[in-house]
Ligand binder design. Structure first.
Ligand SMILES: *Cc1c(COP(=O)(O)O)cnc(C)c1O
Length: 365
């Protein structure tokens, strides 16, 4: 009896929770490097704000998210009516699909794109059109090919989803190329630039898309508190867009989609720039540790600007993933992303990274 799009769907496969591995395999002292969570944890100020907000959880949250939106408006120097809050940015991606896609319309995304795009697209009965990634000749291998994405756009296209950087590949698009792509899009096509890992990127040519919002009313930028801000468990994300687009997204939004604890914690997290800088530094050092280990082990990897790295283990990743589970290390197999020989590994603390490297070395032996 289910809708055809839903019948054809495969549910999102999340990283295995630590407690589940404990239950199923009876191992302890587990590390999870599977969901791109921040190993430092959230800002102490965010935790304090979350705790304080518990006093009011008998009341509905502020459905308009006034305080958090005001803080975000200041941070991004845009009007608050261009902000849409989400229960994680995943929620916002769903709102985009519900507001702009329908049976007969199409969404375009890359073959290695974040799994939520096809799910959100098919859930509303729309059709996904997949663009091939670069093969390494005209752009970074596994990276988004903007010409291929553009070629996949047709009269039925209503949304293009682009993660920058992309998950799981960690590849990214520089400012000039991405803006040229957006400028050349037909104006009836919404382009979603998903910046879940924005805070981690240190490349000088990485775009500040918030400056483009005034020029492109079909642009939606999404951000999250789940990654660098380390609030994944609370679920808080948002979209920045033209106010008319935000108005449409808000029409299909659940009135209380962002709970009061998340609103309070997110707002406090925004102010703790020192904590954020520490997370970025740990990631920078951890990335060096991981790529150095790959070089020593003779393993290829996809250069990443996020807080994760896709490593080519030279054999089916699923088996290596299973072997790593047995020694208490959870990473992410990515065969479902068209990367059967890769494993996606979140950059952890130096100690966690060392534990992963040692386990991988042993397993590959
Ligand atoms: C993690 C992630 C998100 C969503 O995270 P939320 O927790 O829902 O905010 C969105 N896009 C990409 C590319 C991600 O990797």
């Amino acid at each position: 009896m289910a809708a055809p799009g839903v019948r054809a769907l495969t549910a999102y496969a999340p990283g295995k929770p630590i407690a589940e591995l404990e239950r199923e395999y009876g191992v302890s002292n587990i590390i999870k490097l599977a969901s791109n969570e921040n190993p430092l944890g959230p800002s102490p100020h965010a935790l304090e704000a979350a705790r304080a907000s518990l006093a009011d959880i008998a009341l509905y949250p502020d459905g308009a998210g006034f305080e958090l939106k005001a803080a975000l408006a200041r941070k991004h120097d845009i009007a608050a009516n261009g902000i849409t809050l989400g229960n994680g940015s995943n929620d916002v991606l769903d709102l985009v699909a519900r507001a702009f896609l329908m049976p007969g319309s199409e969404a375009v995304y890359d073959e290695h794109a974040f799994a939520v795009y096809p799910i959100a697209t098919q859930a509303v009965g729309a059709t996904g059109r997949v663009a091939k990634a670069h093969d390494g000749m005209r752009g970074p291998r596994y990276g988004h090919d903007l010409a291929a994405l553009r070629a996949a756009v047709n009269a039925n296209t209503r949304v293009v989803f682009i993660a920058n950087p992309n998950n799981p590949t960690g590849t990214w698009l520089p400012s000039t190329q991405l803006e040229a792509f957006i400028r050349a899009l037909p104006e009836q096509v919404i382009v979603v630039v998903d910046e879940a890992y924005f805070e981690y990127v240190e490349e000088s040519d990485y775009p500040d898309t918030t400056r483009w919002l005034a020029h492109y009313p079909n642009l939606i930028v999404t951000r999250t508190f789940s990654k660098a801000y380390a609030l994944a468990g609370l679920r808080a994300g948002y979209a920045l867009s033209h106010p008319a687009v935000a108005d449409l997204l808000n029409r299909v939004r659940q009135p209380f989609n962002l709970n009061s604890v998340a609103q309070a914690a997110a707002r406090a997290a925004l102010d703790d720039t020192a904590h954020l800088a520490a997370a970025v530094q740990v990631n920078r050092e951890g990335m060096r540790q991981m790529t150095g280990a790959c070089a020593e082990l003779g393993l290829d990897y996809i250069p990443s600007v996020g807080n994760f790295i896709c490593i080519d283990v030279g054999r089916p990743g699923a088996a290596v993933y299973e072997d790593l589970l047995r020694v208490g290390v959870i990473v992410r197999p990515v065969a479902n992303y068209g990367l059967p020989n890769h494993l996606r590994v979140t950059i952890g603390t130096a100690v966690q990274n060392a534990r992963f490297i040692e386990a991988l070395t042993r397993v590959l032996d």
